[in-house]
Structure formats: C-alpha cells, structure tokens
Design a protein around this ligand. Sequence first.
Ligand code: B4P
Length: 186
Amino acid sequence: MFGPPGSGKGTQSVTLAEKYNLLHLSTGDMLRAELKAGTGLGKKMEAIMAAGELVPDEVVIEMIAQKIDSTTGKKGFVFDGFPRTVEQAEALQKMLEVRGMKIDLMLVLEVNDVELMDRMKKRALVSGRADDADEAVINNRIEVYRSKTEPVIEYGRSTGVSRQVDGVGSIEDIFDRLCSHIETII
Ligand code: B4P
C-alpha cells in the first residue's frame, strides 16, 4: 500500500488485511511501538520521526524481515509505509525472492496536498503524534515523500505491479476501488 503521508494507507490496510487474511505490516506502527515502549531503538528514532524524516533503511528492513519469518497462518502481507526508498524496495524484492515470494500488487493512493494537510491536522487532535502537530513537519513529510519515496513508484511501474487509485472520497468507496484491483489477481 503506497501513497503520501495521510493518504489513507493505514486506514485501508487494516480492513484489506482482514478481508483477505493478510498480515498488516506498518513500519510506522512498529516504530511508534518502539517509541512508546522506550526501547533503545525507539529513543534513537524519536527525533528523526518528530522531524518527519525517514529512519535509516537498515532499521526498517530488519524489522520487516523478522516479521515475515515469524508469521504463520496468513495468505500474505500488506506492507503499509514500506518500502519508502528505492533501497528498501530492492531489499524487499530480494528478501521475498529468497523466501519464494513476490510482490503481487502495488496500490498507489493519490491524494492532493491540501487534502493531506487537512487530514493530518484533524488526526493531530486525537493522535498525539508529534509529526502531525506541526504544519512545517507535515510539509517536510510530504516533501520527503516526493523526493525519496515517489521514485519507488517508478520501480513498481518497471516491474508491472503498480496501480494508481483515487484516494479522495469516502473510506468505503476507496476500499471498493482497492478491492477491485486485488480481485484481478486472486
Ligand atoms: P507512517 O505511520 O507510515 O505515517 P503516515 O504516512 O502519516 O500514515 P498513513 O498515511 O498510513 O495515515 P492514514 O492515511 O491512514 O510513518 C510515520 C513516520 O515513521 C515517517 O514519517 C518516518 O519517520 C517513519 N517511517 C515509517 N516507515 C518508514 C520506512 N519504511 N522507512 C523510513 N522511515 C519510516 O491516516 C491519515 C488520516 O486520514 C487519518 O486520520 C484517517 O482517519 C484519515 N483518512 C483516511 N482516509 C480518509 C478519507 N478517505 N477521507 C478523509 N480522511 C481520511
């Protein structure tokens, strides 16, 4: 599941994972759990995340590899917020290949910047997330997405797995749009 910050990746991934018996893997959620638990890793990542920057590739790659290896009883995975750099995409492809798996679909949620800002400001009222609370940080996250993460879409296009999905509208309508793409490959 792909898209800018606030595009609905987390929102949609949870219900998609339930419907198709997949494991939802959100690197953002995993990192926030480290922060909350006050682990050494969490303490190191706190300032990076609060500034809206990306944590080092090796940190998230290792977290994902561990989760893939410890999962049983699921038909597959929904990766939410990962990969976020071309290096992470290449690492994911390799880690799946050696385990006899592959990326089936890359769903790209498209949402304009005004709507993104509006959603994250609203979420800030309830999330308590430092990276939602400040307009400059939100702008930085969108900027980091455009410069470091959008190139991953090209990577997905070159392997024929990416699909653009309109991410504006009701949560239910967007869910239906996403499902219609998934239904073409199962
Ligand atoms: P994430 O947790 O991935 O943060 P996000 O992009 O803001 O989440 P998401 O896009 O899923 O939010 P959603 O749309 O569901 O990452 C946070 C930070 O962790 C990053 O900045 C980075 O520092 C670090 N990080 C994470 N992964 C990393 C990686 N791989 N590499 C390096 N660093 C990494 O929700 C947004 C809001 O919109 C919600 O309030 C929701 O209710 C609302 N919403 C959803 N759909 C809507 C709709 N259709 N209409 C109206 N509102 C909607």
